[in-house]
Design a protein around this ligand. Structure first.
Ligand code: CAO
Length: 425
């Protein structure tokens, strides 16, 4: 079966997490992803959070499937020649260097366009133009600067970052969409273009509902926030809302049987208006169906904490899976709090390829998250991440058409390997 991006060649200058998530997606869709890494060092994540000595970390392997690796010192004159060749041979260059790095390397947009006017140059930076444009940024900086942290956590506590990597992987997803859109536009214009995503913008896009709420506050208190029912005043900015749903149907996380010793024995429970009467029956509160204090969504808004405490009295008598088994047939929306252990062991996720076991020559088998985007005519096979420089000669020969003598000359120039002193360390 063919793949959606067969024939598309990506010059992958990404590192750490945000950029690699983007190019990994493109690889899953069939693009030939050529990851350029610094000789002897490679992507810094190869050596970060290592669980096995001298073996590429899971941090690296889980972000760099379906890629080839070439080592290249892009500050070496011969290395620059090779890079120029790759720029001419590729459709897209993806990078998430610190601000100004590509220019300092000698590859400005003007120079790249002169080399290959069809090339799409896709970049992730921490911030767009403005006061912080020169800043280096990591995940949690973006979560804080993009509005996620100020709106996450409980009102009485400090801002909280989330484990979902919305700054890094979220920006990677945004960039991947920009790239395929630019590839599509190129089919009619014949031209490449620059695609830029700032991590702050990407996080703010994902926090769009909170900017919605910021504006709603001008017209009275937001009644679905816990502060309203608890009689606490709202300040000038959108408050942290604990586990409130954020949408039009109130929800909260409730304890289930076993919560005293299992930190994940909880369920998210939504009191969706159309199923209110069923909820009343399930929790044995049939009188709430007709009591004017509880019968309508508007009447319930100032009592949400009491209502969820009452529902929790019922959920605490059941496991999270028993609550699911009772509520799902009644169309009551709820979701168990699933631990990473439970997700790793979930057979349905294995069956769909969302959780995949991959074999690696140095670390052996490990689990990863496969492609979450399923396409009927472009199936994803997850292949292991490359070893550092594993495909250097193959790329010089297949993509750049160098012969053995030319490849040997490039090796001799030191453009592909670290200086001897560094290699010995
Ligand atoms: N050959 C020679 N030099 C190379 C090279 C190669 N193959 N690859 C990279 N380099 C050099 C660069 O030229 C640069 O050198 P100069 O600073 O002298 O120009 C140097 O490596 C460092 O690049 P960097 O600034 O990108 O890396 P860093 O480790 O200092 O910063 C990060 C890392 C992530 C903070 C920064 O890249 C950044 O802000 N990126 C944009 C935002 C982003 O994606 N953040 C998410 C990271 S995941 O949490």
């Amino acid at each position: 079966m063919s793949k959606a991006l067969d024939g598309v060649r990506i010059l992958d200058f990404t590192h750490v997490q945000s950029g690699p998530t983007c190019t990994q997606l493109l690889g899953w869709f069939g693009a030939d992803v050529i990851k350029v890494e610094r000789p002897g060092v490679g992507d810094i994540t190869r050596g970060q959070l290592r669980d096995i000595p001298k073996v590429d970390s899971l941090y690296f392997t889980m972000l760099n499937h379906n890629k080839r690796s070439i080592t290249l010192d892009t500050k070496n004159p011969k290395g620059k020649d090779v890079l120029e060749g790759l720029i001419k041979a590729c459709d897209v260059l993806v990078e998430n260097f610190g601000p100004g790095v590509l220019d300092r390397m000698g590859f400005s947009w003007t120079k790249i366009q002169a080399l290959n006017p069809r090339l799409i140059v896709a970049s992730i930076k921490g911030f767009g133009p403005g006061p912080y444009e020169d800043c280096k940024v990591y995940e949690n900086v973006a979560q804080c600067a993009g509005g996620a942290a100020s709106t996450t956590g409980f009102e009485e506590g400090p801002p909280v970052v989330t484990g979902a990597q919305i700054g890094d992987s979220g920006s990677g997803l945004h960039l991947a969409l920009g790239i395929v859109t630019a590839l599509f536009q190129r089919t009619s214009t014949g031209r490449g273009q620059r695609v830029s995503v700032s991590m702050q913008d990407g996080v703010l896009n994902l926090c769009r509902v909170k900017l919605r709420d910021q504006q709603r506050m001008a017209h009275g208190p937001m009644k679905e926030y816990p502060q309203f029912g608890e009689g606490k005043p709202f300040g000038e900015a959108v408050p942290r809302a604990g586990n409130a749903s954020g949408g039009g149907q109130p929800g909260w996380i409730l304890k289930c049987k076993g919560y005293e010793h299992d930190h994940n024995a909880y369920i998210y429970f939504i009191t969706q208006a159309p199923v209110w009467t069923k909820i009343c029956d399930v929790i044995d509160k049939p009188e709430w169906k007709t009591d004017p204090n509880f019968a309508t969504p508007e009447a319930r808004l100032d009592k949400l904490t009491f209502i969820f405490d009452t529902i929790e009295g019922w959920t605490k008598t059941k496991t999270k899976f028993e609550v699911m088994a009772i509520c799902n047939p009644l169309d009551i929306p709820c979701g168990p709090i699933l631990s990473m252990k439970e997700l790793a062991e979930e057979p349905a996720l294995r069956a769909t390829g969302t959780v995949v076991e991959v074999d690696h020559p140095e670390r052996g088998a490990y689990l990863t998250v496969g492609n979450p985007i399923k396409m009927s005519d472009s199936k994803t096979e997850v292949t292991r991440s490359p070893l550092l420089g594993e495909h250097t000669d193959e790329i010089l020969s297949d993509v750049l058409k160098y012969d053995a003598k030319e490849i040997a000359a490039i090796h001799d120039s030191g453009a592909l390997a670290p200086p001897l002193r560094q290699a010995a360390e």
